[in-house]
Design a protein around this ligand. Structure first.
Ligand SMILES: *[C@@H]1O[C@H](CO)[C@@H](O)[C@H](O)[C@H]1NC(C)=O
Ligand SMILES: *[C@@H]1O[C@H](CO)[C@@H](O)[C@H](O)[C@H]1NC(C)=O
Ligand SMILES: *[C@@H]1O[C@H](CO)[C@@H](O)[C@H](O)[C@H]1NC(C)=O
Ligand SMILES: *[C@@H]1O[C@H](CO)[C@@H](O)[C@H](O)[C@H]1NC(C)=O
Length: 961
């Protein structure tokens, strides 16, 4: 094969010798030769000749022998941009977008490209300052430098780009103020023809005074997620062309200027997360408003503003922490277009009335932490309603309602259907093309809609329109678009994973990729109404059609000075080039073997609940989790265990979560991690802490769980024992037992928890227990090999002696540990304290002839002394002792423990909450298990092997057994 490649290359070079008399201007040829010295993976057609214009190099377009356009989007270019870029004096279009391997600073010579109209560097990794010389490019109408790593200030000279229509500098690390013109310097206030100001996600400081004026024609102003200060400039109210205004997550102060009311075309207004004061702005004249967010400011307390009840266009309203009080008017739920209402952390009181004619589209009502005492909700409402943290959830009548749990607020969103394709599955780097049910290498990337006009992600119509418009406008076969992983990021952008499929064969060729990449980077593609401004970041495409052998690469190797070779040292260069090529290809094959193991999830069948991420486990980006934990700040830390730290965080929309971040030593292989998540995401029970999602990015492995507000059972027994009366304790025991019984008997594959203990039973606001930390078998096993963590030490008192001796793990080991927890519930004591072991203490103390305390007067928690006389108490002690029997075979199953405790509650005249023995809340349908049967098998063998390899625990020191 090696020899063949060499021959092939020689052939290509010989062919190129014919083109010694070039059609291309020598200056441009020299500039290109110099440019590609700094690059790897440039198109291989560039090596075949030294005549870019005559021989039609991929991505290069010419006019009269001069290079006028370079479109090189998403082709995996690597390296730096050399100074010679400045020599293309006729260049009008330069698109290098989505080549994340392009790094280093931007050469100042870029300022020489006097003919440049379009400069697109989005989605690369450029660093350093933005050159002042850009101000020379007076023809420039489109400038997109977003999603790089540019630092320093925005050059004032950009204000000289009088023809600029699109200016996007967002998602960089730019700092300092936005330049404003003065007698001696230009400023961005001079950009009176610009329609798009996109500056989101930088570190800009200072105020915006003087930036806006009535002569501007801006449609989109995006300054969100910076550190801007000062007031919101009143001149903003004079730019009546404005449609989208995002100033959220800055440090703006003062009152909102009243002339905001002039912005009658405004669709989106987001001022959330600032320090705005005074009265809540009156938006009643903004009759085209779809999305409003005024959350997290310091507005004067008020009743609900009247515009919230009258603006018929509203789709999403958020005023969390807005100082609002009084009763929530029923009328708001009847607004015809309303999809989402977020009013968490206010002081709403009285009765929530969601009866009557409520809007069909309404999907999410989040009212966390208010003072609502009663709720009337119409039967027909099938959306999400979160009332956690309201007095109504302490009402025993209502507290078991699912509205008092945040679990229901998992994101359910649209995914392109491939049900019609049956059970076809593709190899890991290919995906199923919904248009023809074949497997192909898609062009993949993420679209970020910065300000959609809707909030409902289940709305099939929206996303089917998006699919259709992508295939039509990008010239693909109808239906050859696959959308997945649709969610709002922590910056409130709507992120959509897009896969586009080639019209013929299984791969795109290079010119198709650069064309589609340009259509998306230059905004030639226009999304349907309602999606608003977007940016696209592609994964570099590496599977080009027409490539030889299995390398699947049409891009060339680096370091081969292919052009110079045509007149020079052919053989040496060619030979070394070919060897290098082979090495490169092998490397790229190796690399592609390690691609994201979750990639294939997107193509799972959808008929039985969809791909795993639709059943509750969602992808989170590293940045999203980093942001919502304030860069994993210490004060967000709520615990740490054997495998890393746990952080509390609040997602967009107000969902509280706990994030477990694996530490270096406890990360597992990608496939194991995927299996773990698949396992966990299929487990749904109200007494088990649910997995909401995960992050597998930038070398991180994180699990995102629902946040359970009231701490651990241990904590409650110890610090607040007084609140846990006997009935509550019985209910806690029952709930935890139900959770474990579900794991043992209904989860598929069955899961042995292996670390049942009072610190792994969490209590929600209503003291409903939720068992945590199950299914992490591999993670725990791995840490045990390394060091002894506190988590493992803490397990000591709970360890099944038979398991300890035989290392044969079974469900009965969990039963033992649960028995220890029951003894803790009875005594309030730790399993091992002052050198004494709770099991032995009970065993020695029990005295059936003591009709008052069963011999346990000195052990029982004083808080439940009164209960000690009851038959139920006695039965509970007996049951606990059965659970901690030395012999596993004599211990009851978790299911019979559940039955026993239910009987106790009944005999005490208390409802056990449910008549069924084990509650089954599997989200999927019965066919779910066969759908993932391949993965189930892996998970099963994985967990059993990790069980078998369970290392001994030589560190055990306590006297039992
Ligand atoms: C609700 O709160 C308002 C203002 O705080 C108060 O005047 C009103 O009496 C409260 N209503 C109810 C039903 O508690
Ligand atoms: C709830 O609102 C509806 C519609 O406005 C009204 O008819 C009904 O009486 C209200 N119910 C309560 C309990 O306030
Ligand atoms: C309920 O709302 C629909 C549409 O919003 C409207 O057509 C209908 O008349 C309303 N019915 C009542 C009883 O108000
Ligand atoms: C790039 O986008 C702009 C603005 O949408 C448009 O006017 C221009 O024609 C596009 N360029 C090309 C070559 O399509």
């Amino acid at each position: 094969m090696k020899a063949l490649s060499i021959l092939l290359l020689i052939f290509m070079i010989l062919a190129s010798l014919r083109a010694l008399f070039c059609d291309t201007d020598p200056q441009d040829v020299a500039a290109l030769q110099s440019l590609i010295k700094g690059w790897q993976n440039f198109p291989s057609s560039w090596e075949a000749s030294n005549d870019p214009c005559g021989a039609q190099w991929d991505g290069i377009m010419c006019n009269n022998g001069r290079v006028i356009s370079m479109r090189l989007s998403s082709i995996n270019l690597q390296g730096t941009l050399s100074n010679s870029i400045g020599q293309f004096s006729e260049l009008a279009y330069l698109d290098l977008s989505s080549n994340s391997g392009l790094s280093g600073p931007l050469p100042t010579s870029i300022g020489n490209l006097r003919q440049l109209t379009t400069l697109i560097l989005a989605g690369c990794s450029f660093t350093g300052g933005i050159p002042e010389e850009l101000g020379n490019l007076v023809q420039l109408s489109f400038l997109a430098m977003n999603s790089n790593r540019f630092t320093g200030r925005i050059p004032a000279s950009i204000g000289l780009l009088n023809n600029l229509f699109w200016l996007d500098l967002s998602e960089n690390q730019l700092s300092g103020p936005v330049p404003i013109s003065s007698a001696t310097s230009p400023g961005l206030d001079l950009l009176t023809h610009t329609k798009h100001f996109h500056f989101s996600g930088n570190q800009l400081t200072g105020n915006l005074n003087g930036l806006f004026s009535p002569s501007m024609r801006l449609e989109h102003i995006l300054f969100d997620n910076n550190q801007l200060t000062g007031p919101i400039p009143a001149e903003l109210g004079s730019i009546t062309t404005l449609q989208i205004l995002r100033l959220d997550n800055n440090k703006f102060t003062g009152a909102v200027p009243t002339n905001i009311s002039n912005l009658v075309d405004l669709n989106v207004l987001n001022f959330a997360g600032n320090q705005l004061r005074g009265t809540m702005p009156d938006l009643s004249t903004l009759t085209k408003l779809n999305v409003v967010d005024l959350s997290n400011n310091s507005f004067d307390p008020s009743a609900i503003p009247t515009w919230m009840l009258t603006l018929k266009t509203l789709a999403s309203v958020a005023i969390a922490s807005g100082g609002l009080y009084g009763q929530i008017p029923n009328r708001i739920f009847t607004l015809p277009g309303l999809q989402q209402v977020i009013l968490s952390n206010n002081a709403f009181n009285g009765t929530l009335n969601m009866t009557g004619n409520i809007t069909q589209q309404l999907q999410r009502v989040i009212l966390l932490n208010n003072r609502i005492v009663a709720a009337k909700i119409t039967q027909s409402y099938n959306g999400i309603l979160v009332l956690v943290g309201n007095p109504v959830c302490l009402d025993p009548e209502f507290s078991s309602s699912h509205f008092c749990s945040i679990q229901q607020d998992s994101i359910i969103s649209y995914t392109t259907s491939v049900t019609h394709c049956g059970s076809t599955s593709c190899s890991s780097d290919q995906s199923l093309d919904p248009a023809n049910c074949g497997c192909a290498y898609p062009y993949m990337g993420r679209v970020f809609f910065r300000s959609p006009l809707f909030a409902d992600l289940r709305n099939n119509e929206h996303f089917q329109l998006l699919e259709a418009s992508l295939s039509t406008e990008l010239g693909l076969q109808p239906g050859s678009v696959f959308l997945s992983d649709i969610h709002f990021t922590s910056d409130d952008y709507l992120q959509v994973q897009v896969r586009l499929f080639p019209s013929t064969g299984t791969s795109f060729n290079l010119s198709e990729i650069t064309r589609i990449g340009f259509d998306l980077s230059n905004q030639t593609y226009k999304p349907p109404q309602g999606f608003g401004p977007y940016y696209f970041v592609a994964d570099p495409y590496v599977h080009f059609a027409g490539a030889d052998d299995g390398g699947k690469s049409q891009v060339s190797t680096g370091a081969v000075a292919g052009i110079a070779v045509a007149c020079g040292l052919i053989l040496i260069a060619v030979t070394s080039g070919a060897i290098f090529a082979l090495l490169q290809k092998r490397r790229s094959r190796e690399l592609s073997g390690q691609t994201n193991p979750f990639a294939s999830w997107g193509i799972a069948k959808k008929d039985s609940g969809g791909a795993p991420q639709l059943k509750g486990a969602r992808f989170f980006s590293f940045d999203e989790l980093k942001n919502c934990t304030n860069n994993f700040a210490e004060n967000n830390e709520i615990g740490s265990g054997g495998y890393g730290k746990v952080y509390k965080a609040i997602l967009v929309g107000g969902t509280n979560v706990a994030i477990k971040r694996a530490e270096y030593g406890s990360k597992q292989g990608a496939v194991e991690f995927k299996n773990e998540i698949e396992l966990l995401s299929r487990v749904h029970h109200k007494n088990l802490v649910s997995l909401i999602g995960f992050c597998y990015e930038q070398g991180e492995q994180m699990l995102v769980y629902e946040y359970v507000s009231n701490g651990t059972l241990r904590h409650n027994l110890q610090a607040r024992g007084i609140y846990l009366d006997w009935k509550k304790r019985l209910r806690i025991a029952l709930g935890s037992a139900r959770g474990l019984a579900y794991l043992h008997e209904l989860a598929d594959p069955p899961i042995i928890h292996r670390d049942v203990k009072s610190t792994n039973i969490l209590l929600d606001g209503n003291f409903k227990p939720k068992v945590a930390d199950f299914g992490l078998s591999k993670l725990v096993a791995d840490t045990e090999k390394g060091h002894i963590s506190t988590q493992v030490k803490g397990t000591l008192g709970y360890l099944d002696p038979e398991y300890y001796m035989t290392q044969q793990l079974s469900e009965k080991s969990d039963v033992y540990s649960f028995g220890v927890v029951m003894l803790e519930i009875l005594s309030g004591r730790l399993p091992i304290s002052k050198g004494r072991y709770i099991v032995r203490e009970f065993r020695m103390a029990i005295n059936p002839n003591d009709h008052n305390y069963y011999g346990l007067q000195g052990i029982v928690d004083p808080a439940i002394h009164d209960a000690a006389h009851t038959a139920g108490f006695r039965r509970f002690v007996q049951l606990a002792m059965e659970c901690v029997d030395e012999s596993a075979s004599r211990r009851p199953t978790m299911n019979s423990v559940v039955k026993e405790i239910e009987a106790m509650l009944h005999s005490e005249g208390l409802s056990s909450g449910s008549s069924s023995t084990v509650e089954f809340e599997h989200v999927g349908t019965a066919s779910t298990s066969h759908l993932y049967s391949g993965q189930v098998a892996t998970a099963r063998s994985n967990s059993s092997s990790s069980t078998a390899e369970e290392p001994p625990r030589p560190e055990l020191k306590h006297s039992e057994p």
